[in-house]
Structures are given as C-alpha cells and as structure tokens.
Ligand binder design. Structure first.
Ligand code: AMP
Length: 278
C-alpha cells in the first residue's frame, strides 16, 4: 500500500493513537489528509507503555465512535491490532532512546517511553508511512520519536502538530474523561500556569527559575492539584535551562485527584524576541 503510493508519487501518512478520539487526534488526522494519501490511523492501547498499577484496564475505549469519526473525516484505513498480534509469545526486542527517555515523564513513569518507542517503531515498520503525525501535547514523546527515526535511519518523516485545547484552555486528552466535575473545573490550572509564563515572557522575563517558581505557585494555589514536575528545558536536549535561549519548553505534570495531566508551552527565539505557542 505504502510502496504503491510511493510509485504513484503519493505519500502514505500514519496517525498513531490509543483511541478515545478527540479533536486533538482529529487535528492530526486533518493534517495528514491535507498532505498524504492514503491516510492510515491506528488505534492500539499499548500495554507495554503502562506500568503495573497504571490505568491500562480502565483506559477509555470508544471503538465504534472512533471508527465513525475516522470514516467521516475521510481516513482511508484503520489499523487496530490486538495486543497478542503486536506482542506474540516470546516477544523480546525493545527500542530505547537513552538519556532523553529517563527524564521528566520517563522518571515519573519508568519504562513508559521504552514501550512507546517500541510500539511506534513496530507501527512504522508495519505501515511504512512516508510521514507520521504526532501531537506536541506529548512533547517529550514527539522528541524521542524524532530521535529514534534519525538514529535508526527510518524513512518516515516525523511531523509534530500543535496542542488542541478546550475552550477554557485545558489540553484535550482521552484521560480528561476520568475527571469528576470539580476536578474538571480545577484542571485548566495547568494551562493557566503556562499562560502566566507566556505573559511574563512577553513582558521580557527570561529567567527560568523565576518562571518555574511562578508556575509552581499558581499550581499550588489549586487545592485539587498535586505537582509532579514543572521544568523549563531546552527543546532539543530536554536538559533544564537557567535562561530562555533558542527553543525551550515549559513542561508541567500534575495530578488532579487521581488523574495525571501534562501540558507544555513552546518558546522559540526569533530575532531576539520569543514566539510562544501554547
Ligand atoms: P494518544 O491517543 O493519547 O496516544 O495520542 C495520540 C496522538 O495524539 C499523540 O501523538 C498525541 O500527542 C496526540 N494528541 C493527544 N492529545 C492532543 C491534543 N490535545 N492536541 C494535539 N495532539 C494531541
């Protein structure tokens, strides 16, 4: 399918997901459809990226609805394998991006990224897309996948789309479905903390410590929020920075009740000024 597309001068596009599709996913689908044919979406709740005790069992599954959304959007094919097909008995090969995968999300969720990069490599091998589409919502994941693609000479170009948000700023996520009404009201505090940083940067603040301290303070003011990390990092290395320079990310992870949420802000220096994307 992918080879045929290439022969005919078309690019095959892949949008990998875990289902429970929302507008964040659909924005990637639309980006793929604008650029590629055929477009393949995958739905696979990948067991290997969940640690024991995480939400694998209760992860939202809305397969029928997902199929309808993908079909109405014009997606050509859906790949929705069973866990036993992706991980047959005797499976023993793992892909790990060293260093990058041990920080931030990787530190809070040991083994998570090994599961992600392994399953994404398998999806890319199976589908052989010319382009694969990921969301900046999971900025560290997108960075790791781009690194894997480079390190392993993959022929797939990794495209990263912007974060799609609810009207009150909360980044869309399948896990938002876990939030009780009071938690849902509290959840946009992640966005507001990042937006506070955006405003300070627009006013000229460049000091990473002051920016992260202000974000922490805003998160602490929300009684339902429990901070996991607030960091300002270089967008390439994911190492902490002391001053904003080049491309940086402010990354936030917090629990709202029992639900883990993440969000981020991308800052890119252009001609001495900072372009900021929430
Ligand atoms: P998931 O189903 O959560 O594994 O997400 C599948 C893809 O959709 C990943 O590349 C995510 O980064 C992306 N994605 C999830 N939420 C959003 C969002 N709110 N905006 C943009 N992309 C998203």
């Amino acid at each position: 399918m992918s080879r045929q597309a290439r022969i005919e001068g078309r690019s095959c596009g892949l949008v990998p997901t875990m289902g429970a599709l929302h507008e964040g996913h659909m924005s990637l689908v639309r980006a793929a459809l604008a650029d590629c044919r055929p477009v393949i979406a995958s739905i696979f709740v990948n067991p290997s990226q969940f640690a024991p005790g995480e939400d694998l069992q209760k992860y939202p599954r809305t397969f029928e609805e997902d199929c309808n959304k993908l079909e109405s959007a014009g997606v050509d094919y859906l790949f929705a394998p069973e866990a036993g097909e992706m991980y047959p008995r005797g499976f023993r090969t793992w892909v790990n991006v060293e260093g990058l995968s041990e920080r931030l999300e990787g530190r809070v969720r040991p083994g998570h990224f090994r599961g992600v990069t392994t399953v994404v490599l398998k999806l890319l091998e199976i589908v052989q897309p010319r382009k694969a589409f990921f969301g900046r919502k999971d900025a560290q994941q997108a960075r790791l996948i781009a690194q894997m693609a480079r390190d392993l000479h993959l022929e797939t170009e990794i495209i990263v789309g912007p974060i799609v948000r609810e009207a009150d700023g909360l980044a869309m996520s399948s896990r938002n479905a876990y939030l009780r009404p009071d938690e849902r009201r509290a959840a946009p505090v992640l966005y507001r903390a990042l937006d506070g940083a955006r405003i300070s940067i627009a006013r000229g603040e460049r000091d990473a410590l002051r920016l992260t301290a202000a974000m922490r303070e805003m998160l602490r003011a929300e009684p339902l929020a429990e901070i996991e990390y607030v960091e300002l990092v270089d967008a390439d290395t994911f190492e902490p920075v002391t001053r904003l320079r080049g491309a940086c990310l402010a990354l936030v992870a917090a629990r709202i009740g029992a639900t883990r949420l993440i969000d981020n802000l991308l800052m890119e220096e252009r001609d001495g000024a900072f372009g900021v994307a929430l």
